[in-house]
Design a protein around this ligand. Sequence first.
Ligand SMILES: Nc1ncnc2c1ncn2[C@@H]1O[C@H](COP(=O)(O)OP(=O)(O)O)[C@@H](O)[C@H]1O
Ligand SMILES: [Mg+2]
Length: 255
Amino acid sequence: MATDLPTETGAATAEAAGPPAPADGAVRVRGLARRFGDHTVLDGLDLDIAPGEFVALIGESGCGKTTLLRLLAGLDAPDGGDIAAPASRMVVFQEHRLLPWRRVWRNVAIGLRGGDARAAASEALDEVGLSRHVDAWPSTLSGGEAQRVALARALVRQPGLLLLDEPFAALDALTRIKMHGLVRRLVERHRPAVLLVTHDVDEAIQLADRVVAMRGGKLAGEHRVAIDGARDRTGVEFQRLRAALLAELGVTESP
Ligand SMILES: Nc1ncnc2c1ncn2[C@@H]1O[C@H](COP(=O)(O)OP(=O)(O)O)[C@@H](O)[C@H]1O
Ligand SMILES: [Mg+2]
């Protein structure tokens, strides 16, 4: 069966072998292990993501977030444990990874098979507010625009699982806020399961249905975000969640 799997650019290929796809479109990870030499990075990690659920994963730098995401994407193989994930998976990395020698729409259309690839790419670019840049070269885009192209490239294939690896970390604060709004709208419309890796606790609470913290190669704790409507950073529940998550990570905030 042909599956859409991301390459190191985040674009899809049809041939690569990856984790098996469960019938219900959920993500199920059990006892996942990954070692590099004698360094155990993932040590029996369990994770579930329901179809259409938005999960944010936080953890300090070097704790193994990208390692987990690469395993879920099928870009790396585990040393132990089981992964089941939707057949169609796409990744957006911290860097946009656009090919500089291809125009924007061709970057979005990479690997698309059949039909009118340009029309599909244009529609996806329209969704991220970049209709004017369909024929532009990547080098003419701002950082935020290039990340929006990377999002369009991921969403054009309607993935069952969208993997986001600190996609906003390199953007300025204002652009990041706009990207949060865009991602929320896109996810509401397309309803993929999402795993967002971030070291920004506020970003996690702002976007996710559930936030999980990673420590010592496992998931240390999970918190459902039960905030209706706008997620105001000054709200009581927001503050309570932030304190709980920072405590999970071993960080204490001074008053
Ligand atoms: N291919 C690799 N070879 C050796 N060590 C690696 C490799 N990939 C990741 N690591 C190590 O695994 C640990 C976790 O890395 P990573 O998953 O990138 O962390 P995070 O994304 O949480 O910052 C780090 O100590 C890193 O140096
Ligand atoms: Mg990382």
